[in-house]
Design a binder for this molecule. Structure first.
Ligand code: LLP
Length: 434
């Protein structure tokens, strides 16, 4: 069964009404393809379902999942807020037209340059990650006699069952101030009294690709209870809570589904209840979806090269990209599904591995997938690659980064050009020695 946003026209995969063969001819392979309509629908699903009568909701797209001028331009038109984590992400966001007031700055080790940039550009909110960072920011603001709205990132100690590398809420996590740390109330009292920092409330993010709704409920309960306690200690009323991102997606056919719309509706209700139970005056509740905003809208296509039968293991179908355009299988053991996109009507399927072309044994994009016997020149499409693949791409083995194209209603829109060989050396200097 094809994904909902894919169509089969005479055996050829079409996305957004455009044939992938046509896209390959125009832009080459590997190629990242984004279904523009699906991104708009997803952005609207967040806004329509995560809302309440008693609090204002704030949907910030976590731009680390994928950012370029085109995508951020589109999302700013959808009236989203934006979560950034570096000078580069803030810069792209502003260039793409985001109102700086709607930009948040995160990061566990923000540099002076980043903080000064945020202050100068009137970035809306800084999420303070530690007591030490609070002192650093206070000093920088003090030098300029400026005041800034901030949230404090709390580690709520919720143990999710996701991959270790994308857990953020363990006691040894590098993010946030641990809720169980006995110094936390003293720190928060000092922050609440700051002349330069206006602590609006608290932030937490429990991890990424979290499929169990219960972990988010646990997080909400912990954070609201904590807010109540901190109000008592500081005698200050907190008005904002941000519960981060991490909402799971169905990455491959074997994964369970994550009913995003139902989850968002239920989550908003749970939050309303907690606000009432704890008697809080919370005005704004934010969430920060990254993966769940863009992953399902993205696909990667490759051209097939050789097929190799090794002495052991499934036969390997090689493609013209690999871990340089999608590091997730090698880094997190992420599992994807693939199609031979130009022969969708084939009846006989066999099991294959999909191998990249990089000089690394770990460069296996898919450990097992069913495909018709691949031929050189076929188009292999990998589904659901919209988040953290293009975003984490590299030039390893000096492969140029692929183009990024958006498609909708039979038209394609180039968002990022494929890198040229010249691009690969544009920052290199020539050896001038003997
Ligand atoms: N908010 C904060 C503070 C975060 O650190 C993150 C992700 C998000 C929101 C968005 O989380 P999402 O909704 O995308 O799960 N490279 C990894 C994922 C790392 C996520 C880092 N932080 C991967 O490819 O699975």
């Amino acid at each position: 069964m094809l994904k909902k946003n894919y169509t089969n026209i005479e055996g050829m995969l079409h996305i957004g009404g455009v044939s992938v063969e046509e896209l390959r001819e125009k832009y080459g392979t590997p190629l990242y393809i984004y279904d523009q309509k699906l991104i708009k629908e997803t952005a609207r699903a967040f806004k329509d379902n995560f809302k309440s009568e008693i609090f204002e909701s704030e949907i910030s797209y976590a731009s680390k999942a994928q950012s370029n001028l085109y995508l951020l331009g589109l999302l700013s038109k959808e009236n989203l807020y934006l979560d950034t984590v570096s000078l580069g992400e803030m810069y792209i966001a502003i260039k793409a037209g985001f109102d700086p007031k709607k930009i948040h700055l995160h990061g566990n080790n923000k540099t002076r340059e980043e903080l000064v940039f945020a202050i100068k550009n009137k970035i809306g909110t800084i999420i303070i990650d530690s007591y030490e960072e609070f002192l650093f920011l206070e000093e920088i603001l003090g030098e300029r006699d400026k005041k800034m709205d901030c949230l404090l990132r709390i580690n709520p100690d919720v143990k999710t069952s996701t991959h270790k590398y994308i857990q953020t809420s363990n006691a040894d996590s590098k993010f946030g101030i641990n809720i169980r740390d006995e110094k936390t109330p003293t720190y928060i009292k000092q922050m609440a009294d700051s002349q330069f920092i206006n602590i609006l409330g608290f932030h937490a993010h429990i991890g990424s690709q979290v499929m169990e709704v219960g972990f988010f409920e646990e997080e909400a309960n912990i954070l609201f209870e904590f807010t109540k306690k901190m109000q008592e200690i500081t005698q200050k009323t907190f008005s904002h809570i941000n519960l981060g991102g991490g909402f799971g997606v169905r990455q491959n056919k074997k994964d369970r589904d994550f009913d995003l719309e139902k989850f968002l509706k239920d989550f908003a209700k749970i939050i309303e209840e907690k606000i009432k139970i704890y008697g809080l005056s919370i005005k704004k509740v934010g969430i920060e979806p990254g993966r769940s905003m863009v992953n399902q809208a993205g696909s990667s296509i490759y051209s097939v090269g050789s097929v190799k039968h090794t002495l052991e293991g499934l036969p390997l179908v090689f493609v013209d990209g690999g871990m340089s355009d999608n590091i997730r299988p090698s880094l997190y053991g992420a599992k994807y599904d693939a199609l031979i996109a130009n022969r969708l009507d084939e009846k006989n399927y066999e099991k294959f591995r999909v191998g990249g072309k990089l000089c690394e044994s770990g460069d296996i994009l898919i450990g097992e997938t069913d495909l018709p016997y691949p031929k050189r020149g076929d188009i292999l499409a990998i589904e659901n690659t919209g988040a953290y693949s293009s975003a984490m791409s590299s030039n390893y083995n000096k492969l140029p980064k692929p183009a990024v194209v958006f498609v909708e209603d039979g038209r394609d829109y180039l968002a990022v050009k494929k890198e040229s060989l010249e691009d690969l050396i544009k920052n290199d200097l020539t050896y001038k020695g003997e």
